[in-house]
Design a protein. Structure first.
Lengths: 121, 167
């Protein structure tokens, strides 16, 4: 009975884990290097598919072929670029820890600022 | 590129812009096509030739229209609209064009056209000027593209004449 319950709990947590993974792929933010990669990859893939589609359609004399190849390219690119895959998050951002930030207080701007302006006039 | 919806939007916008460019290039590629269409029309019979009660002349013809318009088709052609017009001059109008027949050619396979028919649309003059009239039969066509610019041209066939008297 206990072993059954344990198995049941493990299955639930496994399912919860994969759900969390899927949700994170869809929702979580991407780091800066990943964003750059995503943008370049998107532009490169779409232009390449467009060129291949146009040349193939022109040579074969079929407008429909061009459209189908390009549509396939758009779908492939969207699957590759839009979700937040792990390879976009290889250079993770290291935000400063709050306890560390407290040790180095922010410098305050000098109060003599406005006086300087009137002096310049 | 910081969120899912941002990336999806950017991708869709870029994809559609590139699609517009591809369609423009496809239309430009139509300019490299140099077509050589041929056509021949025979007036087999003048069925009747009358003056209507309101004063206008009307003719009914039986025509034999044959044309080979295959060279007009490119990869970017949706269909070719073709019509036959009778053109003549009267004291009132420098150019009269009366459409006698039209048709749609959906693909290159149907482009070798041969049809034996009476005129699909009525040949009615504005007035009573058709007795003994010399007229041209002009085959016009419009090459309708899948995307982009439509090309129109014609072949003029001269030498047709209507009878001197009503029948």
């Amino acid at each position: 009975m206990k072993s059954l319950l344990l198995k049941h709990n493990r299955n639930i947590s496994a399912a919860a884990g994969s759900t969390v993974k899927i949700v994170s792929i869809l929702i979580s933010p991407m780091d800066w290097q990943g964003q750059k990669l995503a943008e370049h990859l998107m532009q490169l893939l779409l232009v390449c598919f467009a060129v291949v589609a146009f040349i193939t359609g022109y040579v074969l004399g079929s407008f429909q072929t061009m459209m189908l190849i390009y549509a396939a390219g758009v779908v492939l690119t969207s699957l590759l670029v839009v979700p937040n895959w792990p390879f976009f998050n290889r250079h993770s951002l290291n935000w400063l820890d709050p306890s560390e930030a407290d040790k180095h207080p922010k410098p305050h701007p000098a109060i003599s600022g406005p006086k300087k302006k009137t002096a310049k006039k | 590129m910081h969120s899912f919806s941002y990336r999806a939007n950017a991708l869709l916008t870029f994809a559609i812009t590139i699609l517009a460019l591809m369609c423009a290039m496809a239309s430009v590629s139509d300019n490299f096509n140099s077509p050589s269409p041929t056509s021949e029309v025979q007036v087999l019979n003048i069925n009747w030739f009358q003056k209507k009660p309101d004063g206008d002349d009307e003719v009914s013809l039986t025509l034999n229209i044959s044309a080979n318009l295959g060279s007009l088709f490119t990869w970017n052609t949706k269909q070719v609209f073709v019509f036959l017009a009778a053109e003549y001059q009267t004291p009132k109008n420098v150019l009269n064009q009366v459409s006698l027949w039209d048709g749609i050619i959906p693909s290159k396979e149907h482009a070798k056209y041969w049809i034996h028919t009476t005129n699909k649309y009525r040949f009615i003059d504005q007035g009573s000027n058709l007795r003994g009239k010399n007229f041209n039969l002009t085959l016009h066509w419009h090459v309708m593209p899948k995307t982009g610019k439509m090309f129109a041209d014609k072949i003029v066939m001269t030498g047709f004449r209507l009878p001197e008297a009503y029948r």
